[in-house]
Design a protein around this ligand. Structure first.
Ligand SMILES: C[S@@+](CC[C@H](N)C(=O)[O-])C[C@H]1O[C@@H](n2cnc3c(N)ncnc32)[C@H](O)[C@@H]1O
Length: 222
């Protein structure tokens, strides 16, 4: 999967792309991430990418020209969905990640300032995605959340894909509680069933725990 990222702060991705599961996905060629600095497309003599909003409102607005040229340059290579991260978008969830994980290519737009010019959203964006009901300073963290989420769904990235399949939201429920050694920690013992060696019983326990958690914390999923 090829992921193009358009950002005013591509350096924000340096350690993210070199760390953990995302680095592994890149090293296995399961994903390829190309960062593009929106400023490089500015035709302004000072390479400016923001301007005052019409209407005299507070804040600055990302000008349309650099974004438009950056998106066009990317689309010239091959067609792809263009995703803009914004608190006004549909809320990101596992289903959206699963759908996009199957795409050969996506283009991600990280906003900044008060907003990007509305005409870019109208003319060039095919989907708008939000991390949740709060406002961040830029779309870089949202893009990173998206990249991590789709990277771990690519074939061969997780050493044990069954692990992802029993995570929260893969099926419409939360994950089950997990324990590792030691058997007793601060007088808290691991549930006996997990030490029984009886795989059917252990699976039934995990299913019941996941169901209970979902029912008590996220009944909307059931
Ligand atoms: C200060 S925010 C803009 C908020 C915008 N004026 C509004 O009222 O919805 C700047 C940028 O951060 C990103 N951003 C902020 N919060 C976000 C969220 N909850 N989900 C996704 N992206 C977000 C977007 O790319 C946005 O363009």
């Amino acid at each position: 999967m090829k992921i193009d990222v358009l950002s005013l702060f591509p350096e924000a991705f340096t350690s993210f792309l070199a760390t953990s599961m995302v680095a592994r996905a890149i090293s296995k060629s399961a994903i390829e991430v190309e960062l593009d600095d929106i400023r490089n497309y500015s035709r302004d003599k000072h390479r400016q990418t923001d301007d005052y909003p019409y209407g005299g409102f507070a804040g600055m607005v990302a000008t349309p020209q650099p974004l438009w040229d950056a998106i066009k340059a990317r689309l010239r290579q091959s067609p792809a969905p263009v995703i803009y991260f914004t608190p006004q978008g549909r809320k990101l969830n596992q289903k959206i990640l699963l759908d996009y994980a199957r795409e050969p290519r996506v283009i991600l737009i990280c906003g900044h300032y008060k907003e990007i010019d509305q005409r870019i959203r109208r003319l060039a964006v095919s989907d708008e995605i939000s991390l949740g009901d709060f406002v961040l300073s830029g779309g870089e963290l949202a893009a990173q959340v998206f990249i991590d989420g789709v990277a771990r769904l690519q074939d061969g990235v997780l050493s044990d894909i069954d692990s992802a399949k029993s995570d929260s939201f893969y099926h419409r429920q939360l994950g089950f509680p997990c324990y590792t050694r030691p058997e007793s920690f601060l007088e808290q013992r691991v549930p006996e069933v997990l030490l029984s060696g009886n795989h059917a019983l252990i699976q039934a326990w995990a299913d019941a725990q996941a169901h209970f958690l979902t029912q008590t914390r996220r009944p909307d999923l059931l």
